[in-house]
Design a protein around this ligand. Sequence first.
Ligand code: C2E
Ligand code: CA
Ligand code: CA
Length: 283
Amino acid sequence: MYAAKRSQSGYEVYSDTQEQSTRADLAFKSELLQAINRDELVLYFQPKIELGTSKVTSVEALVRWQHPQRGFLSPDLFVPMAEQTGLIDQLTVWVLKKAMLQCTEFNNAGMDITVAVNLSARSLHDFRLPGEIARMLFEGKIRPSMLVLEITESAVMSNPAEALEVLQILDKMGVSLSIDDFGTGYSSLAYLTKLPVDEIKIDKSFVLEMVLEKHAAVIVRSTIELGHNLGKKVVAEGVETREIWNLLSALGCDTAQGYYMSKPLPADKLMQWLRESQWKVTG
Ligand code: C2E
Ligand code: CA
Ligand code: CA
């Protein structure tokens, strides 16, 4: 039944391999559930830096799994499976909780830095999520604007009407919204302009290529212009070199994120980086 629902064809023919993968799915599901409950997941944070001032304005929370047998796993190896097996809701709540703890830590240290969390497509169709986020913000005494939610354009387009409704609720709550991987989905530009988002993030594939490939540079330049004309901040991810930083700066891009400034870091290393690096935290 689940396979049929997933394929969206309404039916699915039984096969042996499917049985094996179902068993593997179940094993994975119980392992991941344990990982969430036993805190085997780890949150890393990558700074986003304002190009004009070199000031750190935000950090993006990126989840990893310290698996007891398989070692350190990147999110690409388990987030898609979490989405398929329905565990993504629990994972998202876990990430939000940890991200909000980080918000409190910034606040206590007098650092004016927002924390961004990635939402999956499923979360955008979960009408309980805004209430849950509101409760977590209230309990953590965190200003809603200190939380940024990153959503991909393909997640929005999987059910635009429903996604818009959830996004409008989150926007009214005062949470900031960001469109991730901009330029990679096949979405309607007209529709995207209707979304109550504050920021768009140019996908790293274009940013990485912009010094090598003319077309990528054109996409980056046009996206910055488009974003600004729509009154949105523009973030470039995948900034790996000083050359790319300088180019983005010349193009008037607002914010940069990438290995040139810092890789994603665990919370303690992040705090050390914020204290010691050349990038400014306040001022
Ligand atoms: P994303 O949201 O597009 O995150 C950016 C990815 O680019 C991260 O990979 C980051 O480490 C990587 N990156 C950052 N700077 C650079 C750079 O300069 N060069 C290159 N080549 N890569 C860079 P990561 O951490 O492996 O995450 C992969 C994806 O997994 C994320 O892509 C996001 O879609 C998903 N993900 C991560 N954490 C979560 C989460 O908590 N919830 C959900 N739903 N998805 C998550
Ligand atoms: Ca993201
Ligand atoms: Ca991205």
